[in-house]
Every structure is written in structure tokens, then in C-alpha cells.
Ligand binder design. Sequence first.
Ligand code: FMN
Length: 359
Amino acid sequence: MALFDTFTLGSLTLPNRIVMAPMTRSRSFDTVPSELNAKYYAQRASAGLIVSEGAQVSALGQGYPYTPGIYTDAHRAGWQTVTDAVHDAGGRIYAQLWHVGRTGHPSVHGHAPVAPSALQPDSTIFTPTGLEQIPMPRALAAEELPYIVDEYRRAARIAVDAGFDGVEVHGANGYLLDQFLQTGTNHRSDAYGGSVENRARLLLEVTEAVVDVWGSQKVGVRLSPGGSFGDISDNDPVETFGFSASALSEYPLSYVHVVETFQADGPVLENVGGPTALIRSQFAGTVITSGGFDQTSAEKVLDGGGADLVAFGRPFIANPDLPARFAAGAPLNEGDHDTFYGGDERGYIDYPTLADLTV
Ligand SMILES: Cc1cc2nc3c(=O)[nH]c(=O)nc-3n(C[C@H](O)[C@H](O)[C@H](O)COP(=O)(O)O)c2cc1C
């Protein structure tokens, strides 16, 4: 079974090809990761690789309550607890570096969210007082962009100090870097808008800054070609994401992580075989695919050479021992959607393992 082949990812040897996808769980009070978060990740350390939930690189990069930050010394100390617990349990963990851009709300940080252009998404967002319409964002001035790049650089350094094994730049799912990439959200007329080279500039500058800190072999990038989450769209996703993937090939990056179908309205990019096939054709390096996979479809994509690793999201929420369950052909626990975002240890660290069920 290809899922249980080892894989060399830079200097890491992954014991299997099963990746835990990044998942926001909104359980870091005051934005600082805690022992509770450490326990959750340590329970899932049998994944070949864990990618942490999105960690905002600045206060303005936060979109939702109780998501962890990666921009202060308290954050570093909190994340150290998490990485120590994962390493003690035999695992490996990358930090996902996140800036939500326009997908935010003043109730979280007291300011208008920021974006490439002042275009209001037709979306609501979870706030401390319930679901609210996302307000009109403020368009970032070109002079502000070097500061944003520096925020990612600072976050990358904190990730080194906190003991992570690498970092993943969140360029997917309609957040800031994706907003710059795609034509529906980027109407700029400066060096960061218009041509695909210009729209990809911020993603590439951020990647460069993070690579400066980590070395390219420890840096992954997540992309969601054809995704619509965050009311995002592109006139020519094949050009936008094909260009981005081939530009990212210039580094020997750790990987590109593709989001296949998360919250898309229907099949996307069918003419090029789907998002992962598009990236695979343009990116010379390790490809992780994700989105809607089960054991059978994951084996199939690995066997067919469509990807090197497969990430599982929701199945890992409910099955801390997902690799053991796949290996045993055991049934999976069902996840409780009501506890996906926010709350306490319930629906977080209390899903049983196979071993729990057999004692
Ligand atoms: C509760 C939840 C939180 C998520 N948070 C993130 C996140 O922080 N960063 C990210 O890139 N994707 C996030 N995603 C998307 C997942 O990484 C994954 O792409 C998606 O769940 C599809 O995979 P699945 O079908 O295996 O669940 C989230 C998904 C869920 C269900």
C-alpha cells in the first residue's frame, strides 16, 4: 500500500505518506497555543507530517476568534509546547503561516480588514457575537507590502525558534496571498496587479523571505487553484496557477500542497485534469494533494503518480490514529461538526483511538 511507503522530504524521513492537513480549530485563547493544543497535535503524531492550523503572522492577519498567532514571544513559547509534544510522540510538524487579508472582521482586532483592492466579499464570518457580514476592506498601499513580507519573515524566525520542522506558506483558500493572485480580488494597477507576474509578486516575495530564514527545502506553499472559498475567482486559473507553480519550481521547495475540492461549488479545472494535475504539470518537486480523500482514492492518486503525499483534514479531526485505522482497515469515527471551530476539549482531544475501543 503506497500510503505506508516512507518518503524523504528534505532532511526528514516520513514514515508514511499520510499528511494531517492544516485545520483551524479556534482553541487558542488570547491567541497563544496551550497544553490543550499540544495534546491534540501529539495525539496525531503518527501522521507522516502534520501541518499546523493557520497561525496568523500579525494581529491584522487574524480573521477568526481564538486562532493562534506566530508573532510574539508568548506565541513562540506556546508553539514550543506543541512541537515538543509532537516530537516526544515521534512526529514531525510544519507551521502554516497565515494572513487572512479581507476575510476578517473589526471585532477581532479593531480595524478594517486589509486586501489588495477595496472589494467587499459576499460572505459572512464567524465572530465572537455570531455570524456577521464581512465589511469593506481597506486596500493596502504598495508601501505597506514590504512590512507584510517582513511579518512573514518574523513568523518564519519564530517558527525556527519554536522548534518546528518547517513552514507552509498559506497561499490558498481565498486569504491574503490568494487574494493578490486572483483577478476577482486584485484590481490593482501597480506592480502587484494586472499581469500574472504582478499578481504573483507578493506570494513570491513572501516565499523568498521565508526561504531566506529556513532554506528552501523546509518551505512548502499551499495553493487552491479554482477554489471559490472567500468569494474568490479568477478569469484564467490555468494561467494564474500554472505560472505560480512554475515560478515556485525555481527553488527546490519542500513541496506544493494543493487543495483539490474544499468548498468548491462543483468540479473545477476539469479541462486540465483538476487542480492537482495542473500543479503537477508545472511544479518540479514534491506535490501534496488534499480534499475529500479516503483511503482508496488516496492509494489511487499515489499509485497513479498524481501526487507524492495525501493530506487528510476532517478524517484526522475524528481519528487521531488515522494511519493505524487505515493499516487495519478499521472503520473511522465520524466527526462532530458543531465542535470543529471553538470550544473546549470536547470534540478536540476526546475522539477514541482503536486501542481505546479494544480495552
Ligand atoms: C475545521 C477546518 C478547519 C480548516 N482550517 C484550515 C486552515 O487553517 N488552513 C488551511 O489551509 N486549510 C484549512 N482547512 C481545509 C483543510 O486543510 C482541507 O483542505 C479540507 O478540510 C479538505 O480536506 P478533507 O476533505 O480531508 O477534510 C480547514 C478545514 C476544516 C474542516
